[in-house]
Design a protein around this ligand. Structure first.
Ligand SMILES: NC(=O)c1ccc[n+]([C@@H]2O[C@H](COP(=O)([O-])OP(=O)(O)OC[C@H]3O[C@@H](n4cnc5c(N)ncnc54)[C@H](O)[C@@H]3O)[C@@H](O)[C@H]2O)c1
Ligand SMILES: CC(C)[C@H](C(=O)O)[C@@H](O)C(=O)O
Ligand SMILES: [Mg+2]
Length: 358
């Protein structure tokens, strides 16, 4: 049965990288590997400019009616003064919350061809394969109260609130445990339980939940140490589970171990298996419009979409193999360029993946 995909390209490099991911989807559609219908919608600054709203009601409705959403990136300096991404019911946060996408999977895998591009020594990253499971619809991103108020003295006070309920922690930990059962059966829960009560509770809930998973080895780490350990000895990690904000930061950090943030895809899932798929990076305003952005994180996000929402694991594997093949051919966008390789732009990289697929 045909599956519905909603494509929201967004801002900055969003449309450039999504165009390449679309070529991949269309190639798989053309050879009969998948049966999808594709619709577009606006989000972020592009939606604000066109409709005065960073998350138009039609976009949210279309997303709810689709099997999966493919997102490029949102935001940029033009819109930052308008605070459009700070309202939890608006923009990207509104889309994540509106679809109930509480489980954000961010795999950090080193393609062996990119060992030179990693910021760490080849022997420290060889074979790196970490799954970061980030809670995505709670925590300090959504906690109330929030905002900036002016005190009677005239001084301003800025407030954000870290909140988790036990059930929110329990469900994300179980996602991490289920994933770990299919991998190395090791989960490291990252918190700041020495300082923040909310994450002290997080740790207690994780310990309680793991009782249902006798084969899982659960460890705990404070987030400051986890950041250090990620760049010291990343291969000690199999699955990491953590809060919304810690996961945001640690996944950008893990990205560099793989060579570039342009390599990291993600899947954001709700309780019904519906998902949104996006690279973990942003709209990269510094390189937008130049045709140099790396489209591979977005293309690999399509592979995650095929695996998690479209029940097409064989097609997902073909994409991952095609990416590996173009890296074998020595093709590199600027962010992963190294000596002796051939530098290509966004479109040339997308075309090469399609050629390797077919
Ligand atoms: N999911 C999202 O849509 C998302 C994620 C992060 C940031 N943002 C937004 O993006 C805007 C820019 O944020 P930022 O600069 O902090 O983060 P960013 O991820 O956009 O860029 C950080 C750096 O990485 C580089 N980079 C990112 N993606 C790349 C790619 N595919 N290929 C090559 N280089 C790449 C950029 O050129 C930049 O130097 C902000 O408005 C921010 O809010 C959106
Ligand atoms: C743009 C922003 C809301 C977003 C986040 O913090 O979740 C981004 O950094 C990400 O990692 O997807
Ligand atoms: Mg981020």
């Amino acid at each position: 049965m045909s599956k519905k995909i909603l494509v929201v390209a967004g801002d900055g490099i969003g449309p450039e990288i999504v165009a390449e991911a679309m070529k991949v989807l269309q190639a798989l559609q053309a050879d009969g590997s998948i049966d999808v219908s594709i619709e577009d919608a606006l989000i972020g600054g592009a939606a604000y400019d066109a409709a005065g709203d960073p998350l138009p009601a039609e976009t949210l409705e279309a997303a709810k009616a689709s099997d999966a959403v493919l997102l490029g990136a949102v935001g940029g300096p033009k819109w930052e003064p308008l605070h459009i991404s700070k309202r939890p019911e608006k923009g990207l946060l509104g889309l994540r919350a509106g679809l109930g996408l509480f489980a954000n999977l961010r795999p950090a895998i080193l393609y062996p061809q990119l060992a030179d591009a990693s910021t760490l020594k080849p022997e420290v990253v060889a074979g790196l394969d970490i799954m970061i499971v980030r809670e995505l619809t709670g925590g300090i991103y959504f906690g109330q109260p929030r905002g900036i108020e002016t005190l009677p003295s005239g001084e301003r006070k800025g407030v954000n609130t870290l909140v988790y309920t036990e059930s929110e922690v329990d469900r994300i930990c179980r996602v991490a445990f289920d994933i770990a059962m299919k991998r190395g059966k090791k989960v490291c829960s990252v918190d700041k339980a020495n300082v923040l009560e909310c994450t002290e509770m997080w740790r207690e809930v994780a310990v309680k939940a793991v009782a249902d998973y006798p084969e899982i080895e659960l460890s705990h780490m404070y987030v400051d140490n986890a950041a250090m350990q990620l760049v010291r000895a990343p291969k000690q990690f199999d699955v990491m589970v953590t809060t919304n904000m810690f996961g945001d930061i640690l996944s950008d950090c893990a990205a560099m171990l793989t060579g570039s943030i342009g390599m990291l895809p993600s899947a954001s899932l709700n309780a019904d298996g519906q998902g949104m798929y996006e690279p973990i990076h942003g709209s990269a305003p510094d390189i937008a419009g130049r045709g140099v952005a790396n489209p591979l994180a977005t293309i690999l996000s399509v592979a995650m979409m095929l695996r998690y929402s479209l029940d097409a694991p064989a097609a997902a594997e073909r994409i991952e193999k095609a990416v590996s093949q173009v890296l074998d051919q020595g093709l590199r966008t600027a962010d992963i360029m190294s000596e002796g390789m051939r530098q290509v732009g966004t479109a040339e990289m997308g075309d090469a993946v399609v050629a390797a697929l077919t």
